[in-house]
Design a protein around this ligand. Structure first.
Ligand code: ADP
Ligand code: MG
Length: 571
C-alpha cells in the first residue's frame, strides 16, 4: 500500500502539544503496526466531540478454517470475536485527559447474532475491526505520548490478546449454534412448519427491558401430539414443538405464557447466542409481528381487504392518514407486510384492535354490515392461508370465534403446551357462533411508488441529517420516525442501518419509477451480494443488518412520504 505509514508513534510525538485540530492530519491515513493495519476513518474535531473512528485490519488472524467456511460461519465468528473484544476493552477502560480522551470502544451487542459492521471476517480469512477512540488531549492540546500509548500500545495489544486467547472450543460452539439455527430454519417449509421450538428451550426474558433469559424459567415441555423432530447438523436430532403452517391459535388463561411464546416465535427469525434459551427456537424468515399502532401515518395503502366504505366516501384503496385508528393501523400493517413478502403473521390479542379481530353476532345484528367498514381478520384469515399461503399464529384468550377458523389450537397451561385442536372443534360444533362471514375476493393491490421529492433528509443548514436513536426512533431530516413498536427491530444498530438506507433512498434509490417493493428487493440483493457496507455510510462500526420488513416499516411510517400519482400496474 502506497500510503502505509509505519511510524505512527513518531507522527504522534510530532503532534504532541499542538492544538487539537492537528489530529486531522491523520484522517484517511493508514499505518502498519506489526500484523495490524490501522486506518483513521474519521478524526474528531475536539476532545468532547463524538470519538474518532478507527479501522483495524488483521489480514491473517489465524482463525480455524471451519470458522470462515461460509457467510453464516463468518458472521458467527465475527460475532464471537466482537464479544471477546467487548470484554477485553471493558477491562481496560481508561480516561487520560479531557473529554473523551483515552476512551477505546466497540459497539455493544445483545442476544442476537447479527451481521454487523463492527467486526467483519472476510472470505480471505482477514478480520476487520471498527472501533472508536477518544484521541487524548489536555484541555485542547494534543497529548501525543498518551495517543501513542493508546493507538500503538493498548489497541493492538487488546486485539492481539483477544486473538491469542480466543477460546477455540467456545468459538466452535458459537458457530455451530448459528449453523444449527440456520439449518433448522431452512427445514421448516419442507416439514410444513412455520416455527419450531426445541424442548428444553427457555423462552421468557429477564424483564421487559432486558433481553437476557429469565432465571428459573420453566423449560419448554412438548407433548407427543405437538412434537416433531428436526435434524440439526451439530446438535443432532431435536424434538420440539412444531408450529404448523396454516392458522394456529395459542390459547390459554391469562399469565400462562402465551405472549412469551409468541414473542419468542417472532424472535425466531434471528439467530441467538448459545445460552440465550432461544437458540433452538426458529421461525420462517417471512414471519412478521403485526399489531395495532394508532396515531401512525399511513400512505396510500390499499386497505380494501379489511376496510371499505368509510364515512364520507373516504377512499380505502389508497388510504391516507396522519392519525390511523387501531383497526386501520393494523390493517395497514398487514397489507404493508404482505407487500414485501410476509409469509406468516403473528398477532397477539394484547396488542391487537379488538374490532379488527372479531365482530360477533350481536354486533352484526346491532350495526348492519353495510354500516360497518371493517371486515374483521376472522373473515380473512382462512383466505390468507388458502389463497395466498400466508400463515397466522394468533394468541387468543378471549375470542372463541377463532375456533372455527383454526387448523391447530395449542393450549398453554402453566407454560406447558397441549394440543387441544380436536376439543376446540368439538366445542365449536356444540356452541355454534356466527363464525366467519364470506369476505369476497381479495382485491389486487397496485404498486406503490414513493415520490423521491417527499424524501427530504435536510435539517436546518445541514443537507443531510439522519440518525437512529436506540430502537425508538429514526431521525430523518426534521422528522422523527417512530419505530419503537416494531417488535422485530431488536438492535439500535439496525435502526442506524435503516437510517442509512432511507438516506440512500433520498440520494436516488427511490427515483419515482421504482415501487416500494422494487426498492426493498434492490436493497436486499445489494446487501446480499456486496455486504452490509454497500448501503451503510462508510467507516461506521455501529451498523447491523435489518430485515426487509423493518426497513419497509420505517419507510411506511415516514409522515412526509408521498406516492407518485399514477400507480404502475395492477399486480
Ligand atoms: P399471557 O400472555 O398468557 O398472559 P405471558 O406470556 O405474558 O402470559 O407470561 C406471564 C408471565 O410469565 C411473564 O412474566 C413471563 O415472563 C412469565 N413466563 C412465561 N413463560 C414462562 C416460563 N416458561 N417459565 C417461567 N415464567 C414464564
Ligand atoms: Mg399476553
Amino acid at each position: 500500500m502506497a500510503d502505509l505509514g509505519s511510524d505512527l508513534a513518531g507522527e504522534l510525538s510530532r503532534l504532541d502539544g499542538r492544538p487539537y485540530g492537528f489530529y486531522k492530519d491523520l484522517r484517511g491515513r493508514t499505518y502498519g503496526l506489526g500484523a495490524l493495519r490501522l486506518r483513521f476513518e474519521h478524526v474528531q474535531g475536539d476532545p468532547f466531540a463524538a470519538p474518532s473512528r478507527l479501522r483495524a485490519d488483521i489480514p491473517i488472524p489465524g482463525l480455524p478454517e471451519r470458522a470462515c467456511r461460509s457467510p453464516e460461519a463468518r458472521r458467527a465468528t465475527a460475532d464471537f470475536v466482537h464479544r471477546a473484544v467487548i470484554r477485553e476493552l471493558a477491562g481496560a477502560r481508561r480516561k487520560t485527559g479531557s473529554g473523551k480522551s483515552g476512551l477505546l470502544e466497540i459497539l455493544p451487542v445483545g442476544q442476537h447474532v447479527l451481521e454487523r459492521t463492527a467486526v467483519r471476517l472476510g472470505q480471505d480469512g482477514g478480520l476487520r475491526f471498527r472501533l472508536t477512540a477518544g484521541l487524548p488531549a489536555a484541555g485542547r492540546r494534543i497529548l501525543g505520548r498518551e495517543a501513542a500509548a493508546l493507538l500503538t500500545g493498548r489497541l493492538p495489544q487488546a486485539l492481539d490478546r483477544v486473538l491469542t486467547r480466543l477460546d477455540r472450543p467456545q468459538l466452535a460452539r458459537h458457530v455451530q449454534t448459528v449453523e444449527d439455527q440456520l439449518a433448522l430454519r431452512r427445514q421448516l417449509s419442507a416439514h410444513g412448519l412455520v416455527a419450531f421450538v426445541a424442548e428444553g428451550s427457555s423462552l421468557p426474558r429477564h424483564s421487559g427491558a432486558e433481553d437476557r433469559p429469565l432465571d428459573g424459567a420453566i423449560p419448554l415441555e412438548v407433548p407427543p401430539a405437538l412434537a416433531c423432530e428436526l435434524e440439526a447438523p451439530h446438535a443432532g436430532l431435536l424434538r420440539g414443538l412444531g408450529v404448523r403452517a396454516g392458522v394456529t391459535l395459542i390459547a390459554g388463561g391469562g399469565y400462562h405464557g402465551k405472549s412469551t411464546l409468541l414473542a419468542a416465535l417472532a424472535q425466531g427469525v434471528y439467530d441467538h447466542i448459545p445460552g440465550d434459551g432461544r437458540e433452538r427456537c426458529v421461525s420462517v424468515p417471512g414471519a412478521v409481528s403485526i399489531r395495532a399502532e394508532d396515531g401512525r401515518a399511513v400512505r396510500g395503502v390499499d386497505l380494501r381487504p379489511f376496510i371499505t366504505a368509510l364515512p364520507l366516501g373516504r377512499r380505502t384503496d389508497r388510504f391516507d392518514t396522519d392519525d390511523a385508528s387501531g383497526s386501520t393501523s393494523q390493517a395497514a400493517a398487514i397489507v404493508e407486510a404482505l407487500e414485501v413478502g410476509a409469509t406468516a403473521l403473528l398477532i397477539d390479542e394484547d396488542t391487537a384492535a379488538t374490532n379488527f379481530m372479531i365482530r360477533d353476532a350481536r354486533m352484526r345484528r346491532l350495526v348492519p354490515d353495510d354500516k360497518e367498514p371493517i371486515t374483521p381478520y376472522l373473515d380473512r384469515v382462512r383466505q390468507l392461508w388458502e389463497e395466498r399461503g400466508v400463515s397466522s399464529i394468533l394468541v387468543v384468550g378471549g375470542a372463541g370465534d377463532y375456533l372455527d377458523v383454526a387448523d391447530w389450537v395449542i393450549h398453554l397451561d402453566e407454560y406447558r403446551p397441549h394440543d387441544v385442536t380436536a376439543r376446540a372443534k368439538d366445542i365449536a360444533a356444540a356452541l355454534p357462533q356466527a363464525g366467519p362471514q364470506s369476505a369476497g375476493s381479495w382485491p389486487p393491490a397496485a404498486d406503490r411508488l414513493p415520490d423521491p421529492r417527499s424524501l427530504d433528509p435536510s435539517r436546518g443548514r445541514r443537507a443531510e441529517r439522519v440518525r437512529g436513536v436506540k430502537t425508538r426512533t429514526i431521525e430523518f431530516g426534521t422528522e422523527e420516525i417512530e419505530v419503537s413498536l416494531l417488535a422485530q427491530l431488536v438492535d439500535p444498530a439496525q435502526c442506524r442501518m435503516i437510517g442509512d438506507i432511507l438516506l440512500a433512498c433520498a440520494r436516488g434509490l427511490c427515483d419515482g419509477r421504482r415501487s416500494l417493493t422494487d426498492i426493498i428487493e434492490l436493497i436486499e440483493t445489494r446487501v446480499e451480494h456486496d455486504g452490509l457496507e454497500v448501503l451503510t455510510q462508510s467507516g461506521f462500526g455501529d451498523r447491523a443488518r435489518a430485515r426487509r420488513f423493518e426497513i419497509a416499516a420505517a419507510l411506511n411510517r415516514l409522515r412526509s412520504l408521498r406516492l407518485m400519482p399514477q400507480s404502475k400496474t395492477m399486480s
